[in-house]
Design a protein around this ligand. Structure first.
Ligand SMILES: [Zn+2]
Length: 407
């Protein structure tokens, strides 16, 4: 399985100039490729082949006055840019034909120098390397300082160099995982668990543990809010506004990083401790129109579940997503009775049949585990109380199918 590992880069002034040049050239070649295809389409001619584009837009272009500076950057970077344009078109056509999953894609667009995120890709044959001193040596750019925040488990096959909106540089390596090493790193476990997306906590586990976002994330979020408030007070077009905008971009990047770090730590811990994990399938696309959307997006639940998913795959664990319409919030996990609707304000309730007092989120987490078939009865058979049928009437008062979150 392939994974990406990203590390912060610290290019010096000269390297930053060389990188800016490479970003610019890659962008120009990409745009020239898009234009060439558009011209062919308008003229009713067949699309130029990859070989033709490479000759015309790179080899021959370097000889012209308008594009002679293309020779100053690595040819492999330019070739990769052509391939990226090619892939963008392939995905677009597949999307048109309906053979590609996911949302409908638009036609590839021209890239702008004003795009906040710039990137170039170096494949295996691009003669890049990691030096003995731990620097990333890139052709025609030089040996760039790297902050290695964790070990690369194997030799990477390619690297993408990125400059983000906060003007920070990153190297994103693609590596192939080693199944034997992974099996040793994460021995089998006999535990399983259900996780509910908490409303007052980030997550609530069927073990009754409640997990809050860590202080380093909350602190970063507070700083971001402050920076955003300051930005909104600055006059449009002023110098101070530009400064404040950069500050917001930096604070935003810090929050994103801190959140990802938290998701990594938690997902690794849960995967290590459990052989099987059950979560709700919240399909955030459907939730996006409800007032729950903000809290779901902010909490980054889908990013967290995506991490659980790839880590489960990597370490031979089972991740079960249960349907959004299971009434996990209002089913008593002790006796299986289905109680009345539970508005979001109800944090605790008592089962009218067996009298068990439930913490809303913990009860839901236990039901999620049960619904996924992960709860095991005394005789070893999975239990699945009849009280949790998939049910569509739990749309709450919002008029949207929000699943049990609003039930
Ligand atoms: Zn009960």
């Amino acid at each position: 399985m392939q994974l990406r590992y990203a590390f912060r880069l610290y290019p010096d002034a000269g390297q930053q100039t060389a990188l800016a040049k490479a970003f610019g050239c890659a962008r120009v070649v990409f745009n020239d490729a898009v234009r060439a295809r558009e011209d062919a389409r308008r003229a009713g001619q067949p699309f130029p082949t990859a070989g033709q584009l490479s000759r015309k837009l790179i080899t021959e272009a370097k000889q012209t006055k308008e594009r002679c500076w293309l020779g100053e950057v690595s040819a492999v970077v330019l070739q990769q840019s052509l391939r990226d344009a090619e892939t963008a078109y392939r995905n677009f056509f597949a999307s048109l034909k309906g053979t590609r999953k996911g949302p409908r894609l638009g036609a590839p667009r021209l890239k702008s120098r004003k795009d906040t995120r710039q990137s170039i890709r170096f494949t295996a044959n691009a003669r890049w390397s990691i030096t003995d001193g731990g620097r990333l040596n890139l052709p025609k750019i030089g040996a760039v300082k790297v902050k290695w925040s964790r070990r690369l488990p194997s030799t990477p096959s390619s690297v993408t160099v990125i400059r983000d909106a906060a003007s920070r540089f990153f190297a994103s390596f693609v590596i192939d995982t080693d199944p034997a090493a992974d099996a040793t790193a994460m021995p089998d476990s006999d535990q399983s668990i259900g996780i509910d997306l908490g409303l007052t906590h980030f997550a609530v586990l069927s073990t009754r543990e409640k997990i809050d976002s860590p202080r380093f994330l909350r602190r970063a979020e507070k700083k971001l809010k402050k920076a955003q408030r300051e930005l909104s007070r600055k006059q449009k077009g002023s110098k101070n506004r530009e400064k404040a905008r950069v500050k917001v971009a930096r604070a935003h990047a810090k929050v994103t990083d801190a959140r990802r770090e938290f998701h990594h730590q938690l997902s690794t811990r849960l995967i290590r401790e459990n052989q099987a994990i059950a979560v709700e399938d919240l399909s955030v696309a459907g939730l996006a129109r409800t007032r729950l959307a903000k809290s779901v997006h902010d909490a980054g639940w889908s990013q967290f579940v995506a991490m659980l998913e790839y880590k489960a795959k990597r370490y031979g664990r089972t991740l079960v997503k249960i349907g959004r319409f299971e009434p996990t919030s209002r089913t008593c996990h002790a006796c299986g009775a289905v109680d009345g609707p539970k508005p979001l304000s109800v944090r605790e309730w008592t089962c009218r049949v067996c009298g068990t007092v439930h913490d809303r989120d913990t009860n839901a987490a236990i039901n999620i585990k049960t619904a996924a078939g992960l709860a095991v009865s005394a005789c070893g058979a999975p239990v699945r109380p009849g009280g949790i049928p998939a049910q569509r009437e739990e749309t709450g008062s919002l008029g949207f199918p929000t699943g049990n979150r609003a039930a």
